[in-house]
Write a protein that binds this ligand. Structure first.
Ligand code: ADP
Ligand code: MG
Length: 619
């Protein structure tokens, strides 16, 4: 019995649509690309219910006559290529002729359009076309003045399996928002508006320069820490902006990469960027990058995947080298803002890693050279009478008498050493030197304090009745980048239940009237900025797979991280002995005194055994 059968057309199209329309953001992407290909000078995007209820994209582009409008919903119908050779050098964003039929097969679509004509010619009527689940349900002439408007409702209404995979409205809108932000960056000459429910998430009027657009969509706090990139090599031009090493993010959401103005996700480019930042930012951190790669279209293949965001470079090595150098150069030009390590790098680039590390250490020591490297107390340096308590420190409390044979193998007595860790002093005003019976420890004072504050904050946030609010004398405002607004929208209620008093103040600004009382002495705007960085991805707390309880816990964790990071003692800060001992006592009361909430180590241990082995006192 033959088992192979040809699938009904509608089903086949629904399956094919799955490749292109993965989520609401994919619909927005295809429709915005069509508007840009149609030469629009403005694109307006309205979204409801995270895009699963409604997506409407309107433009003032070239529009379509009735015949074209009908054809546009046929599979493989496109005005952008005609022959195989055209595939070799694609200049438009679309070319597959698959988007409109795919979208129409999994939603209810209404298209309104009119063909643009010279002013001298009499106006023609427009066309309205409606599709439901891939079937045309109406076609009629309408009065329509300009461009095209496509409304997509009830996405995946006929493919429940797909619908189930949709995340919360907030998550979906954050994907849409990132996407529109990307296209806005690539097309500064086009006005973009993105509205979700009644809120304007992005409003970027047309400007002449990428720099202005970057400023519009990312905001000035980010812009202030970006270095311009402009470099050309081997026929590849790379331009845009890249962040100085201290502007770091937790996710790759802030990498905006374009090849010939097409937004791409590309391992080669990401790798080249990583390479350029290799000694400048921690491995788990990400920079903010807006990067345009321009090359001969014949040297790239964009027909790799139906979503057209993957790309193949015919000369990948050239692209890698150019991108990496472009960023390195941009950063070096801004070296006055870089860390000492980076400065040393530029003076003598070819040296070995060891040398670089050595130089980094030297530079670090030079910065703190005005104070003794090892001090048990702030007074040691300034008080001419000398440290009052130095002889009483645990290290000085030599109990065992001198050994008979100074080179003898006898193991030092440790019984007099404190069982609880005791402070010996501070090293380079950043690390606390501590001993206990097991050996010597170096504790990073900032990270240690962060852990203590984090545990306290988390506990306070979890208590009945919530955290007391400390009202600010002068409310502060913070401006959000467009893609942060979706996060803000979703998290605002949580914040207000956890010690903050924050509300919208205009469409891209939040006003902070109160902060958790735990946040004494810290800049509320800095705490919130850090918080939005921590909450970079809505998947962190707004996924439907998380119970409301778990999602609240996650938000609290992020609040605690932001508060503690901002309030913790900085490195390069001299500390009195009592303060250091307090820190150490508190640290060892924490459940996990070894790593900070981000996973960074708090202390380095040199066990007694290692010390003895190092001095050849044991084998
Ligand atoms: P592609 O973009 O790959 O050509 P689509 O299915 O996205 O395929 O669109 C089919 C055709 O419909 C396009 O080639 C274009 O001619 C026309 N079209 C789609 N959207 C618009 C628009 N907003 N303005 C003008 N023409 C459009
Ligand atoms: Mg298209």
């Amino acid at each position: 019995m033959p088992k192979v059968r040809v699938l009904p057309e509608v089903l086949a199209h629904q399956i094919a649509a799955g490749e292109i329309v993965e989520r609401p953001a994919s619909v927005v992407k295809e429709l915005v690309e069509n508007s840009l290909d149609a030469g629009a000078t403005w694109v307006r995007i309205q979204v409801q219910g995270g895009g699963s209820r409604l997506i409407r994209v309107a433009d003032d582009g070239c529009g379509m006559c009735e015949t074209d409008a009908c054809l546009a919903f046929e599979h493989h119908a496109t005005s952008k290529i005609a022959a195989l050779e055209d595939l070799e050098a694609i200049l438009t964003l679309g070319f597959r002729g698959e988007a409109l039929p795919s979208i129409a097969s999994v939603s209810r679509v209404c298209l309104k359009t009119v063909e643009a004509r010279p002013e001298s010619e009499p106006p023609v009527s427009g066309t309205e076309l409606r599709y439901e689940g891939g079937r045309r349900v109406s076609l009629q002439p309408i009065a329509w003045s300009r461009g095209t408007e496509i409304t997509v409702e009830d996405l995946f209404f006929n493919t429940p399996a797909r619908r189930k995979f949709l995340k919360s409205a907030a998550t979906e809108i954050s994907h849409i928002s990132r996407l529109v932000t990307s296209y806005a960056l690539a097309f500064p000459g086009v006005s973009f508006q993105l509205e979700h429910e009644q809120r304007m998430l992005l409003d970027a009027p047309a400007v002449s320069e990428t720099a202005e657009r970057t400023f519009q969509v990312l905001g000035d706090p980010v812009m202030a820490n970006l270095a311009p990139v402009d470099y050309e090599h081997a026929g590849v031009r790379v331009h845009g902006f890249t962040s100085l090493p201290h502007e770091q993010r937790n996710s790759a959401n802030w990498l905006f990469l374009f090849v010939n103005r097409r937004m791409v996700r590309d391992r080669l480019l990401t790798h080249a960027i990583r390479q350029a930042y290799r000694d400048l930012i921690p491995v788990q951190a990400h920079p903010v990058v807006v990067l345009f790669v321009e090359t001969d279209p014949r040297l790239i293949d964009v027909n790799v995947h139906p979503t057209k965001t993957e790309i193949r470079f015919r000369r990948s090595q050239d692209v890698h080298v150019t991108v990496c150098r472009a960023i390195e150069q941009a950063l070096l030009r801004h070296r006055s803002n870089l860390s000492s390590l980076a400065r040393d790098l530029e003076l003598s680039p070819p040296e070995s890693r060891e040398q670089r590390i050595r130089q980094g250490i030297d530079a670090f020591l030079r910065r703190t050279a005005t104070t003794p490297l090892f001090q048990s107390d702030r007074r040691t340096a300034s008080d001419p009478a000398g440290p009052a308590d130095a002889p009483h420190g645990p290290a000085a409390a030599s109990v065992s008498g001198p050994s008979e044979d100074p080179h003898g193998p006898s193991i030092p007595a440790t019984s007099h050493l404190p069982t609880v860790p005791a402070v010996l002093g501070q090293f380079v005003e950043s690390f606390i030197v501590v001993v206990d019976r097991d050996g010597v420890m170096l504790v990073d004072q900032h990270v240690a304090h962060e852990r203590i504050l984090y545990d306290r904050a988390l506990q306070a946030l979890g208590t009945e009745g919530g955290v007391p609010v400390q009202r600010l004398l002068i409310p502060q405002t913070i401006r959000l980048a467009s893609q942060q607004k979706a996060v803000a929208e979703a998290v605002l209620a949580h914040l207000n239940r956890n010690g903050f008093e924050v509300e919208w103040f205009g469409s891209d600004t939040l006003i902070v009237r109160g902060v958790p009382a735990l946040a004494y002495d810290v800049d509320p705007a800095a705490v919130l900025e850090q918080l939005f960085q921590e909450l970079d991805s809505l998947d962190d707390f707004d996924s439907p797979h998380l119970s409301p309880d778990r999602s609240l816990r996650r938000v609290r964790e992020k609040i605690a991280i932001s508060l503690s990071c901002r309030a913790a003692i900085k490195i390069n800060t001299p500390l009195a002995r009592e303060k250091m001992q307090w820190l150490i006592d508190e640290l060892f009361r924490c459940e996990n005194p070894y790593t900070c909430p981000h996973g960074r180590p708090i202390l380095l241990r040199l066990p007694l055994e290692e010390i003895l082995r190092g001095f050849h006192r044991i084998r």
